[in-house]
Structure formats: C-alpha cells, structure tokens
Design a protein around this ligand. Structure first.
Ligand code: ADP
Ligand code: MG
Length: 631
C-alpha cells in the first residue's frame, strides 16, 4: 500500500492510516479544492511555523543547552528539486515526536477551525478574497495542500534519536511512522511538498525569493534559499522608528495579527531609563474573530533581548487585547520562566508604562485623526469600555477616548463626554443615558420624550457592556450618570423648549385617584404607579424603581443566571394625555379601572420591546375594546 511509503520512496514502517479529526478533514477539503489567487501564503505559514519552532528551542535551550548540541545553528532552509517537483522547508527548531506529529497535524482541531470555515463561507458568498483569513485562524500548516498533492513532514525532536514522518495527500487520512531515510534531519523538521501540476511557479528561485521577502522578511532566524540568505533577519522592533518602512510594518503586522492589510495605528518606540525596552504594537483596523473569546487575553509577544519568551504574559490589560505586537526587554533575565513572569517587578513596570502609552496614543489619535479613531472605536469600543469597570485606576483616561451615540448625534456619528458636558442645560442633574440593544429603537423610546422636549441630550448606550460600567461609574467631571428609565425624572427645574406642549389637562385630585385605582387593579404586577414627568406625547411608560438595577441590566443579569423574569416595573402615566385625563375623570367618580389598567401596562411593556405577561389576556381585552368601537 502506498501509505506505508513516503513520497520520496524512503522506507516507513508501521504506518496505519488514521482519520483526520472531522473539522480538520473539512478544512483540508477546502484547501485541496481551493481556487485562491494568493496561494503563495502557504510559504509564509510554513516559515512562520519553522520560526516558532526555532523560538521554542531557543527558549528551552536556556535551561538545557544540550538540546542545541546536534543540528547546528537555528535556521530555516528552503530547497528545490526541480526534477522531483518538490519544495522543502526545513528548520533546525524544536521538532516533533511521533505523537506530536499526529496530535498537531491531524487530531487536534485548532480552536479557530470552525470559526474560520464559517467566515470562509460568508466571505465566499460576498465574493471576498477569503484567503486573508488563513493565518488568523491558526490553520496555517494545512494551507500547504493548496499547492501540494502530497506532503511529508519528517521530524526529529531536539534531544532525541527517533525520527518520524507524517504523510498525507490531504484526502481524509494521514500516516505517522518511523523514518530511516538518509536525509533525516539531525534536529528539527523538514516539510517536503510534492507540488501540484498547477503549482510549478513555486519551483522558481526568483518567485520564492520574492515571496519570502514580501511576507517573511522580518523573521529573526536566517532563511536560506540554496546557499543564500534571503531575509534581512533583523528584529524590526529594535530598529529606529525612521528605519522601518510602511511596507515592513504591513508585513510584520500581518505576522503578529494574522491579517493582511495595514494596521489602523502603529505604536513604535524605545523606552530608556530604569527599564529599557522596545515596543512595537499595532491596532488592527478590523475585529478579529476571537475578540469575545471567553479567555479574553492579550496576545502581545514578550521578548528578552531578541529571544522570544511568551505570548501569554498579558502585557496589556484584557480590554486592550486587540492590540498586537512585540515588547522586547533589555534588562530582564533571559532564563526567566513563564511562571515567574506573573510576579516579576520589571514585567509589572513595563505593563503599566505600556498601557499608559497605548491609551495616550489612542487619545492622540482620537483628537488628531477622528476618522481613523472612529473606525477603531467601531471595531473595539465595546472592548475598551470593559476597562471602565475593570480598571478604576485608568477610568478617567478611558472616559476621554470613549465615544457614544446620543439623541443629538447623527446616524453613525458619535459624541464624547466632554462635548456632552459642554451642552448640558442649566440645572441638569447629570449625564442622562438610555440603555438598550439597538440605537434606532432606543431613540424612539417614550421615556425620552420629556428630555427631548427640553432639549436635553441623552446618551444611547447599546452595547451589553454599557449596562455594567455605567452602574459602577462614579461619574465624569463631577456629573453622575443617570438612567432615563429608572426612578423619577428630575426635570422640573428645566423649562420646556416649546411651552405650548404643556396642557395641564388633568387636575391633581383626579390624577391621584387614577394612580390609586391603577395601583389597586395591578397589584403585584407593578412596583408602583406614578405621575410621569418624562412623558409628553405617550400615555404611559414603564421604568425601573429608584433602588436596584436599570431594566436593561436586570435583563442581562437574568439571562446570565437563567432566570425568566425580572422585577416588576413602575408604571408612569402622563397626566397631559387626553386618554389619561378621561380615565382620571372616571376614576375620580370611583369607577373600576381593572381592564384599562391591564391594557395600559401591557402597551407600556410592548413599547419597551417586551412581551405582555399574559398575551392572550391582552388580545382579549383589545378585541373587546375594538368591538365596542366598531359596534
Ligand atoms: P499554528 O501555527 O497557528 O499553531 P499550524 O497549523 O500552522 O497552526 O501548525 C499546527 C501546529 O503544528 C503548531 O502549533 C506546532 O505545534 C506544529 N508545527 C507545525 N510546524 C512545525 C514545525 N516546523 N516545527 C515544530 N512544530 C510544528
Ligand atoms: Mg502556524
């Protein structure tokens, strides 16, 4: 059977075909049948893996220098066999054992695989160039099947004797077996690609040279094509700012963020003084697929004097997790273990300083390039706002970059808090906001009527995170945040813009008897019934009581805790409304308000985007009422 012989004819023993994990198989199918125009990215992916493998070995060798004894320097070599039509990418990195070959390249579906394929489907429907997604989703290795009909991965783990080979043609199964070919690597991994007939371009030196320089120039290990080193190989972050071109930034951004395109913002500097370190960070222009990953961790890479240490040190707080790039320390010990990083004072200091710098740069961008910042905010605002309750220390700094929709902002435009405060009315009690899940819907909420009639601006907070930060907030610039859907509306001190609006249709005694009658009729269904100050045209609305949560927040919390109901609302009635005036008159005469009460509450509930507690009852009442009208 051919599966027991590798493509190059070397003897392989004990090879039993294994099935790819289901998601992986699907992905491979996609790769094998791909028609992407940018197939060349396969090389970027293989080089990136080779470079990671070299980084890993260098790190391990800090503790155990025997690992580097056999196999020479860390390097990546690309070689061609034009006759056999093979392209080989070899590295002298950490290597893989037989088990690791099977796990890494067949069994374990990478977390991004499913998400990747979903995005591919959407991209295809939209006719996008979907190949951009490959690197971002950690499905890099499999992209070799875009150009190869057969792939052999021969590997020897550093410090071990055994050489193993993984082989597949990408169609459902792979084998892993012992390898005894003469070309076995002394250390590391050799990936041999038998090129497809339509992929001969990758047998040309010039083409390969171009691809390496375009996508992988920054790789810090030397990349050889034949005997010649093709990458410049110096750490781009260690160069001075003026020595790095936009092209180089784009390439490096692609490498650290896994996307193709320009970063929205670049932060490149070198800190001197008590701690010395280089920083090269990018803010992407688009949301990555895993922005709301429950792990919510930053993935900035930490280096010590050009040696990669880890990308899990969380060099930035989680609300800045979309920022990608490198921080390279000059004065940390090289042999620092990943576990020790947590309590390392230098890491702590750097983290603090870099966070401050990133926030400063975001502020600068917001002030000087509002269009660029608008994009960043659109993509990451909802994440940055997590900082408003997670990072009390920097809350004021964060307020300065926050942007919101408001009742005075137009369409996609946003306002900032300083602007809001400058537009506040005399005697305005605070910064008013309305939470909800849709700005369009929020904007027509009846609760806003009284504010609009007085020309008072209200922030429309429509991200789930808003309901949380706004509750813990102590205010901005000495003004507290006030929900327009909670507690009484303190609007008496602010005059209406158009006085004619106020009709005073109902006398207070009649209103009081209606309030009492409604309260009796509704019982536990409401917390209270009150005369409204915030309505001008609608008859009724519901709000949350003075104590406790805003209704939006309560809904989120109930959802999280699997509860189906939230606290009873306060029903507010508008004494200036003709219907309420009529009802008040009748209540004053002692009439029963039972049916009317339920209908009023249910319509207020519907206006909130909620469902009446008893939908059948609501429909019955409404039908009865209509019958009377159409009788
Ligand atoms: P990713 O690089 O995002 O993890 P890949 O599909 O590119 O995803 O690679 C899968 C895994 O296979 C890697 O995480 C690594 O463990 C292993 N791997 C791939 N290439 C090499 C290599 N040249 N040397 C050592 N391990 C490798
Ligand atoms: Mg990879």
């Amino acid at each position: 059977m051919s599966s027991s012989t590798t493509d190059t004819g070397a003897k392989a023993t004990g090879a039993k075909p294994k099935q790819f994990q289901a998601e992986v198989a699907k992905l491979l199918h996609l790769m094998v049948h791909s028609v992407y125009s940018e197939r060349e990215v396969f090389l970027r992916e293989l080089i990136s893996n080779a470079s990671d493998a070299c980084d890993k070995l260098r790190y391990e060798a800090l503790k155990n220098d025997k690992l580097m004894q056999a196999g020479g320097d860390l390097r990546i070599t690309i070689s061609l066999d034009k006759k056999a039509k093979t392209l080989t990418v070899a590295d002298t990195g950490i290597g893989m054992s037989a088990k690791e070959l099977a796990d890494n390249l067949g069994t374990i579906a990478r977390s991004g695989t499913q998400a990747f394929m979903e995005q591919m489907e959407t991209a295809k429907k939209k006719g996008d160039k979907d190949v951009n997604l490959i690197g971002q989703f950690g499905v890099g290795f499999y992209s070799s099947f875009m150009i190869a009909e057969h792939v052999d991965v021969v590997s020897r783990k550093a410090g071990t004797k055994k050489v193993s080979v993984w082989s597949s043609d990408g169609s459902g199964t792979y084998t892993v077996s012992d390898y005894d070919g003469e070309d076995a690597p002394e250390r590391g991994t050799s990936i041999r690609l038998k090129l497809r007939k339509d992929a001969k371009e990758f047998l040309e030196d010039q083409r390969l040279q171009y691809i390496v320089r375009t996508y992988s120039d920054h790789v810090s290990h030397p990349i050889y094509l034949g005997d010649e080193q093709v990458n410049s190989g110096s750490a781009i972050w260690a160069r001075s700012k003026s020595d790095v071109t936009e092209e180089q930034h784009r390439e490096f951004f692609g490498h650290v963020a896994g996307v193709i395109g320009d970063p929205a913002m670049t932060i490149h500097y070198r800190a001197e003084g008590r701690n010395e370190y280089s920083v090269l960070l990018y803010v992407p222009g688009e949301k990555p697929f895993d922005l709301f990953d429950p792990e919510r961790k930053g993935k900035q890479k930490l280096y010590v004097r050009r040696v990669f240490i880890t990308d899990e040190a969380e060099m930035l707080p989680s609300y800045l997790r979309f920022v990608r790039g490198v921080i390279d320390s000059e004065d940390m010990p090289l042999n620092i273990s990943r576990e020790m990083l947590q309590d390392n004072p230098t890491v702590h200091t750097i983290r603090k300083a870099v966070t401050k710098r990133v926030l400063n740069e975001l502020k600068k961008c917001a002030d000087k390039k509002p269009d660029v910042f608008a994009n960043i905010w659109e993509a990451f605002g909802s994440v940055i706002k997590e900082g408003l309750y997670e990072d009390m220390e920097r809350r004021d700094q964060l307020y300065d970059i926050c942007r919101f929709r408001s009742t005075t902002s137009d369409g996609k435009e946003t306002v900032d808090l300083a602007g809001y405060v400058s537009r506040m009315k005399e005697n305005q009690a605070g910064i008013y906001y309305l939470t909800g899940d849709d700005a369009g819907k929020a904007e027509v909420s009846p609760q806003l009527e009284g504010y609009k009639a007085r020309g008072i601006e209200v922030l429309l907070l429509t991200d789930p995170v808003d309901a949380f930060w706004v509750r813990t907030s102590l205010g901005y610039d000495g003004k507290s945040f006030k929900s327009v859907t909670q507690g009484g509306a303190d609007l008496d001190e602010i005059p209406l813009e158009d006085k004619k609006d106020k009709k005073d249709q109902t006398d207070d005694a009649a209103t009081a008897s209606l309030v009492a009658a409604l309260k009796t009729a509704l019982g536990d269904a409401v917390q209270d019934v009150a005369k409204s100050n915030r309505l001008t045209s609608s008859a009724v609305c519901i709000v949350a009581g003075d104590q406790g949560f805003d209704r939006t927040l309560e809904k989120y919390l109930a959802q999280q805790q699997g509860k189906s109901s939230i606290s009873a609302p306060v029903l507010e009635i508008n004494p200036d409304h003709a219907l309420i005036a009529k009802l008040a008159e009748r209540a004053g005469k002692g009439e029963d308000m039972g049916e009317a009460a339920r209908l009023l509450l249910d319509q207020a509930v519907i206006l909130e985007g909620e469902v009446p507690a008893d939908a059948t009852g609501f429909a019955d009442r409404l039908s009865k009422l209509m019958q009377q009208v159409y009788d």
